[in-house]
Design a protein around this ligand. Structure first.
Ligand code: F6P
Length: 317
């Protein structure tokens, strides 16, 4: 193997994984190019040659130095064929794709339909890669949201108010559940669960009548808009509410030590398995040991113990 390409999505820790891939590849005398702007860049042949120096000083930076985009063209057969042609024209022997479900689905297509050697590295704040305990970026996102929640709690307590905080997670309540548990929240609403906002309002009213005056409800963006939940609570209980929508600040920022270490280990391992002839695999940790799972399994829906998290949050409230 003489030359590999790296293609990424964005979240905290991806730059640390690019650094790990590049330096591991150079250790084995493999040339590396970065694909700019995701699958669109692969179609258009937008490459950035990378060397040991080009990844200096990025271990602590959020985002991706390679830039990224959602590619509509790569969803079409002609876009995929163009990307494959670009790979062959540029003598690329293998591709490492770092990202979430969408990116890894593209990786699976390249490997299975076009016979390109591809390894995926799981990186998404939603942590919804099947068979993968922890994806790069999710620990940072939970910590960013938790930091915000702790600050909101100060005001919720001082002003005796009800806050509804909206966190990311279009189809997935992972961030919401982790943040609600770590932040000692009273209620959490996630897409995976049928929630009854009426009974939440009754609970708020009953606890208010007993003297509990501040509440924090965490809602995943895929479940409902924070403002709608807040309006319902005010309408049903007559109590004042405030809203905080965290949005994309959860995806950026300095990666935590957990994300940087994960990125270093998975980046290094991805190069090793690619060199050793594996393809259509996603690298991961199991019991803190490096392992691989087929990409076709990794892109299936992932179950999380929603009921277990929820029960614990309610017991500890
Ligand atoms: O999949 C990661 C994620 O951050 C989701 O939590 C969120 O719903 C989505 O991406 C936002 O996507 P975009 O940045 O394209 O709006």
């Amino acid at each position: 193997m003489d030359k590999i390409a790296i293609l990424t999505r964005d979240c905290a820790g991806i730059n640390a994984s690019i650094r790990s891939v590049v330096r591991t590849a150079f250790y084995h005398n493999i040339e590396v190019v970065g694909v700019l702007k995701g699958y669109d860049g692969l179609i258009d042949g937008e490459f950035l040659p990378l060397n040991r120096r080009s990844v200096s000083g990025i271990i602590n930076q959020g985002g991706t130095i390679l830039k990224t985009a959602r590619s509509k063209r790569f969803r079409t057969e002609s876009g995929q064929k163009q990307a494959v042609q670009t790979i062959h024209d540029n003598d690329i022997d293998g591709v490492i794709v770092i990202g979430g479900n969408g990116s890894l689905t593209g990786a699976h297509i390249l490997a299975t339909q076009y016979d390109i050697p591809v390894i995926g590295i799981p990186a998404t704040i939603d942590n919804d890669i099947n068979g993968v305990d922890l994806a790069i970026g999710s620990d940072t996102a939970v910590n960013v949201a938790l930091d915000a929640l702790d600050k909101i709690r100060d005001t919720a307590t001082s002003l005796e108010r009800i806050f509804v905080m909206e966190v990311m997670g279009r189809n997935c309540g992972y961030i919401a559940l982790r943040v609600a548990l770590a932040g000692g929240c009273e209620e959490v609403l996630v897409p995976e669960m049928d929630s009854n906002i009426e009974s939440t309002c009754e609970e708020i009213q009953a606890s208010y009548d007993k003297g509990k005056v501040s509440w924090i409800v965490v809602v995943a963006e895929g479940k409902a808009k924070a403002q709608d939940i807040a309006d319902t609570i005010t309408k049903r209980t007559g109590l004042e509410t405030r809203v905080a929508v965290l949005g994309h600040i959860q995806r950026g920022g300095r990666p935590t030590a957990i994300d940087r270490i994960l990125a270093a280990r998975l980046g290094n391992y991805a190069v090793d398995v690619l060199r050793n002839g594996a393809t259509d695999q996603c690298v991961s940790l199991k019991n803190d040991m490096l392992t691989t799972i087929p990409l076709g399994i990794a892109i299936q829906p992932k179950d999380i113990d929603v009921n277990g998290y929820y029960k614990l949050i309610k017991i500890l409230t």
